[in-house]
Design a protein around this ligand. Sequence first.
Ligand code: PGA
Length: 257
Amino acid sequence: MVSPLFVANWKMNMLKAEAEAFCKEFRSLLKEFNSREPDVGIAPPLSCFSVVQRAFAEVPGVLVGAQNCHWMPSGAHTGEVSAEMLVDLRADFAIVGHSERRQFYGETDQTVAQRAAAVLAKGMRAIVCVGETQEQFEAGKTKEVVKQQLEGSLAGLADASFERLVLAYEPVWAIGTGLTATPEIAEEVHDFIRDLLLQNFGPEAGERIPIQYGGSTKADNIAGLMAKKNINGALVGGASLKPDSFAALIHKGREAA
Ligand code: PGA
């Protein structure tokens, strides 16, 4: 069985004081922290990274990560952060290839692959996001798009990295819209992704890589999704901004896994 992972993607939200208040309440709401196989992660904006990290320093069950990572160690790359810098912050993971980065900031499969490789090479987990737009979904191109993104975004990664690789399937039409993919629609794509992972990276790695679902997940719809074999957690935007809704989603998701 693949260990599930529920990750908060705060995007460009939360001031330091808000993050501090969130962490305090979230710690008391989350009944259990699984320190052997952490199943919770938070990706705050870098401006409140240390606030979140400090709050969970004594809680090995909660991973703290970044929302992106550049492939170069340093240099003239205004607005970017490197894997070296994330290690310096003691980040556990970085999200790469989120659809907002792909849609609005020019990320391509090639740059996503470079970013993922840098994150993994530095010993962090990389959450690599893929997902089709509404237009592509309606044109029946979901699998074609997901295959191309997945193979392109994982191109050239060393076999050894797969231990720390996480995939996130996030249909663009479901992100922040309140429209979640039904568990059946999501599982069909997750099953397809599992097959691609098995074909491309072998049975060992292919079986163990968690595949998160993302797109308007909340406490009310997570159980149906998590009951599916190849849905191994969630990348959560809106519902992760309030401690009670994120904790409730995790409790329901764990129960259903
Ligand atoms: P959402 O965002 O849960 O608000 O739809 C998910 C994501 O963008 O990762």
